[in-house]
Design a protein around this ligand. Structure first.
Ligand code: ADP
Length: 319
C-alpha cells in the first residue's frame, strides 16, 4: 500500500473534517501518499482529486461540513459508474479508499470492494443509525444543537403556556429524538422504534393539563411523522393546539463538539490502519469504548441497536 484516497459522501455531518484530517495525517505518518477526492463518488468518477499534504488539513478540525465537499451520485449506484470509479483509482495509482459517510455511502464502498478495490467505511452521519457502532461522527454535535433549540423553545412555551412539537432529524432512527428528548426534559418523545399510540399520548397530555400543567414539549422524530401531522392528530383527538417547530438543517451544521472531534480522529486513524493491514470491505466503529473494525456485511445484515432502557427511563422521568 503506497497511496490511499479519501472522500466524504452523502449527508454531511460535523466532524467529517476531523476525520479527513486524521486519515491524511495518519497516512503520511506511515509514509503513505494521500489523494483527497472532491464531491464524493461523483468526483471519484470524474477523477476530481488532489494530493493532500499535512498543511492541507490544517485548521479544519473545528469546522462543520466537509472541506472535501459531498454529493449524492446516482451514476455510481450502477455498475457502469462503479467501473469508471475503479478505472480512476487505478489510473491515479490509488491502492485503498477511505469513505466517510452514512449507510448509502457504505453500500457504494462495498460495491467497490466487490469489484476488487479495498475500501474502509468511517461512520459520518448525525443520525447515529449505523449497525455495529455505538456512535457515528456528528451525532453528538447535532444532539447539542437540538438541546440548545429545545431550551430556547421552552422559554417561549413557559412564557405563553403553550405546547410545542419539535420535529428532529434522524431518518428511520430515533436516537437523536430520544437523546435530545431525555436531555431536554421533553414530556413526550415519539420515535420510529416504538409504535406511537396517539390516543395514549393525548390522554397523557390531557392528564398533565388537568393537573395544572400549562405547557409541554413533545419531540417527534422525522421517521415517525411530520410535526404538522402530529399537530393535526393532537388537535383532533385531545383538543391540544400545539405550535410546531421543525429544526431542519441547522441540525447538520456547526462546529463539531469535542466528543465528535475525538471519535472522528480515532476512527479516521483506525481506517488507515485497516488499509495498512491489507484489509478492505470493513467499517470502523466504537463498541463499549473500543475502536473496532468489522465486516461491511454486519452493517447490512444487522440492525441499529435501540436503547429501550433509555426510552423507558424517559417515560419514567416525564410522568
Ligand atoms: P448517506 O451515505 O448519508 O447514507 P446516501 O444514501 O445518499 O447518503 O448515499 C450517498 C451516495 O452513496 C449515493 O449518492 C450513491 O452515490 C452511493 N450509494 C448509495 N447507495 C448505493 C448502492 N446501493 N450502491 C452503490 N452506491 C450507493
Amino acid at each position: 500500500m503506497k497511496k490511499i484516497g479519501v472522500l466524504t459522501s452523502g449527508g454531511d455531518s460535523p466532524g467529517m473534517n476531523a476525520a479527513v484530517r486524521a486519515v491524511v495525517r495518519k497516512a503520511i505518518y506511515h509514509d503513505l501518499e494521500v489523494a483527497g477526492i472532491f464531491h464524493g463518488y461523483q468526483g471519484l468518477i470524474e477523477g476530481n482529486m488532489k494530493k493532500l499534504e499535512l498543511g492541507d488539513v490544517g485548521d479544519i478540525i473545528q469546522r462543520g461540513g466537509t472541506a472535501l465537499y459531498s454529493a449524492r451520485c446516482a451514476e455510481f449506484k450502477e455498475e457502469a459508474g462503479q467501473l469508471k470509479a475503479v478505472e480512476q483509482l487505478k489510473k491515479n495509482n490509488i491502492d485503498g479508499l477511505v469513505v466517510i459517510g452514512g449507510d448509502g455511502s457504505y453500500r457504494g464502498a462495498l460495491a467497490l470492494t466487490k469489484l476488487g478495490f479495498p475500501c474502509v467505511g468511517v461512520p459520518g452521519t448525525i443520525d447515529n443509525d449505523i449497525p455495529g457502532t455505538d456512535y457515528t461522527i456528528g451525532f453528538d454535535t447535532a444532539l447539542n444543537t437540538v438541546i440548545e433549540s429545545i431550551d430556547k423553545i421552552r422559554d417561549t412555551a413557559t412564557s405563553h403556556d403553550r405546547s410545542f412539537i419539535i420535529e428532529v432529524m434522524g431518518r428511520d432512527a430515533g436516537d437523536l429524538a430520544l437523546w435530545s428528548g431525555l436531555a431536554g426534559g421533553a414530556e413526550t418523545i415519539l420515535i420510529p422504534e416504538v409504535p406511537s399510540d396517539i390516543s395514549e399520548i393525548a390522554r397523557r397530555l390531557k392528564r398533565g393539563k388537568d393537573r395544572g400543567k400549562k405547557h409541554s414539549i413533545i419531540v417527534v422524530a422525522e421517521g415517525v411523522m411530520s410535526g404538522q401531522a402530529l399537530k393535526e392528530q393532537l388537535l383532533e383527538k385531545a383538543d391540544i393546539d400545539a405550535h410546531v417547530s421543525v429544526l431542519g438543517h441547522i441540525q447538520r451544521g456547526g462546529s463539531p463538539t469535542a466528543r465528535d472531534r475525538v471519535i472522528a480522529s480515532q476512527l479516521g486513524a483506525k481506517a488507515v490502519e485497516v488499509l495498512l493491514n491489507g484489509d478492505g470491505g470493513m467499517a470502523v466503529g466504537i463498541q463499549n469504548r473500543e475502536i473496532i473494525a468489522y465486516d461491511f456485511e454486519e452493517v447490512f445484515n444487522g440492525n441499529h441497536k435501540f436503547d429501550d432502557r433509555m426510552y423507558n427511563l424517559s417515560n419514567e422521568l416525564s410522568i
